[in-house]
Design a protein around this ligand. Structure first.
Ligand code: GLC
Ligand code: CA
Length: 552
């Protein structure tokens, strides 16, 4: 396909918490429709919709019971078409979440499949008389006994998410049809959920016994037919010039390169997870404070590794991770770290994704009881790990790690419920109490807001070939407080300097820049001189970032 996606930036919508248009406390398509101008104004070029299909919401949309319809909470297909048309009119592409590793256990295919071995849908799922030792990622063992069928079915995620049997050609045909359905409606591509998990090793052998939760992964990640199946789906997308970004949990660089290049090329980009593991990711097992060196190592690995070969999908947040300011930045230096984090990833090589609320610096929510959380993985983790610790300590782990922090209602203004819904309604989930300070309206009015900083960064990217296509080079990889990198195209250079420290730190310029004159084109602090000599000692303020432009 053509590579129109390379100059784009995407905005991710997790609809349930985005904007409520009809006043029932749940975000919906009407709400999205009304906010399209806001999204356009931000300066992105496309929208990724997390699942908006009918779903019992065991995993909030990632358990689909009908692939070709809209969840009644969110609207109708007609309303979706209206959103799509309007988005296109505004020049925004729209990509859908394609979740085909599993369905809901309430999907008609599963309801049929469990009826028995002679059912036409019998082999749509993975049934066994005896389970192997795999754990699921969300809810205990990966096998659940179904009394109707008298067999166990495989679920890599929650019990209500049975895995499809992708080895069955009929299932792959169904996937093709789902894709065609949405492409025919006019969507521009897909974000493909856990796409590296869809082919399982023959015979489903036992996994590594001592690894909790991920013990079976060696047998279902990048499985034997993974490129073949994905190439089949790729063909459909090629017919439409549609775009595909795959989610690749725990994917490695060599394996990602196989999806992205060469004869097996079956995806345009892949979301990798390495840079999400620079802190207490999976806090449930182990508390690790954020390590900038680890973060930089992960970023550089992918920047260098894909350079000239493939294209990065850049992100710091999505619906599966806590808020980045609370994680890698600082709530105390909220605005400084929120803006610095924006600069630190928006100028890398790749296509950036911005998750709803990230652009205004939304932060983690801390609920008082585990019962107040909605996310299935938070609940399971709380009740599975560290049971000997105090309730407070265990809850603290959830505060650090829960996916629910990304799923609180979007903070539009300082009116009741942050303007997410009408005052009379009860939002489906807790609004973060900081909404009076952190909201869209306040930031639209403030020149120096995080929101306006995002807009500036996106505009700069879009209008600079160097920032879009230039090569990447990192400096001082061992520095534990600063992330410094360069983007270069011919004689044009950008130097991006980011401090991750909550205090002033000494800045050393990379030797090749030393003594050169540079234009400071962006900073999250005020500087008197725009043209500066990069020489001698300089200090970076807490979470300061600077972007210099120069020629040599
Ligand atoms: C992906 C989704 C996540 C979901 C899981 C199972 O990781 O991003 O939200 O829970 O797949 O579908
Ligand atoms: Ca609604």
């Amino acid at each position: 396909m053509s590579d129109w996606y390379k100059t784009m930036a995407f905005y991710q919508i997790w609809i349930r918490s985005f904007a409520d248009g009809n006043g029932d406390g749940i975000g919906d398509l009407q709400g999205v429709y009304e906010k399209l101008p806001y999204i356009k104004e931000l300066g992105v070029d496309g929208i990724w919709f997390s699942p908006i299909y009918p779903s019992p919401n065991a995993d909030f949309g990632y358990d689909i019971s009908d692939y070709k319809n809209i969840h009644p909470d969110y609207g109708t297909l007609e309303e979706f078409q209206k959103v799509l048309e309007k988005a296109h009119e505004l020049g925004l592409k729209v990509i859908m979440d394609l979740v085909v590793n599993h369905t809901s256990d309430e999907h008609p295919w599963f309801l049929e499949s469990r009826k028995g071995k002679d059912n036409p849908y019998s082999d749509y799922y993975i049934w066994r008389d005896e389970p192997n030792n795999w754990d699921s990622l969300f809810e205990g063992k990966a096998w659940e006994y179904d009394p109707v069928r008298g067999q166990y079915y495989l679920h890599l995620f929650a019990k209500k998410q049975p895995d499809l049997n992708m080895d069955n050609p009929a299932v792959r045909k169904e996937v093709e049809e789902i894709m065609r359905f949405w492409l025919d409606l006019g969507v521009d591509g897909f974000r493909e959920d856990v796409i590296n998990f869809i082919s399982k090793k023959e015979g489903l052998p036992n996994g590594v016994p001592f690894l909790p939760a991920v013990n079976g992964m060696i047998h279902y990640k990048d499985g034997p037919h993974i490129y073949e199946y994905n190439s089949q789906f790729r063909k459909v997308c090629m017919e439409y010039d549609a775009f595909q970004v795959g989610e690749g949990p725990m994917t490695t660089l060599p394996s990602a390169l196989k999806y992205l290049t060469g004869k097996n090329k079956c995806l345009d980009m892949m979301f990798s997870f390495d840079h999400m593991m620079a802190d207490c990711f999976y806090t449930e097992y182990m508390h690790r404070p954020f390590s900038l060196v680890k973060f930089k190592k992960a970023i550089s690995k992918w920047q260098y590794g894909l350079q000239g070969k493939a294209w990065n999908a850049l992100y710091l947040e999505n619906h599966d991770h806590p808020r980045i300011i609370s994680r890698y930045g600082s709530e105390i230096f909220w605005k400084q770290s929120g803006t610095m984090l924006a600069a630190c990833y928006l100028f890398l090589q790749g296509t950036p994704f911005i998750y709803q609320g990230q652009e205004i610096g939304m932060t983690n929510i801390r609920l008082g009881r585990i019962e107040h959380y909605e996310d299935i993985s938070s609940k399971t983790n709380y009740h599975t790990y560290h049971l000997k610790e105090s309730t407070a300590k265990r809850l603290h782990r959830i505060h650090l790690s829960s996916r629910d922090s990304a799923r609180t209602p979007m903070q539009w203004d300082d009116s009741p419920h942050a303007g997410f819904t009408v005052p009379e309604a009860k939002p489906w989930f807790y609004v973060n109490r900081n909404y009076k300070k952190i909201n869209v309206k306040a930031q639209e009015q403030d020149q120096d807001s995080i929101l306006n900083f995002y807009k500036t960064c996106l505009r700069m990217r879009k209008t600079s070939k160097t920032l879009l296509f230039g090569s990447y080079r990192e400096y001082f990889p061992k520095n534990r407080e600063q992330f410094i990198y360069e983007r270069q195209l011919e004689d044009k250079h950008y130097l991006i300097i980011c401090s991750f420290a909550g205090r002033a730190t000494l800045l050393k310029y990379p030797p090749v820049f030393e003594g050169r004159k540079a234009t400071l084109v962006l900073s999250n602090y005020k500087h008197r001189e725009q043209v500066q000599l990069l020489q001698g000692e300089s200090f970076l303020k807490p979470y300061e970032c600077r972007v210099y432009r120069l020629r040599f």
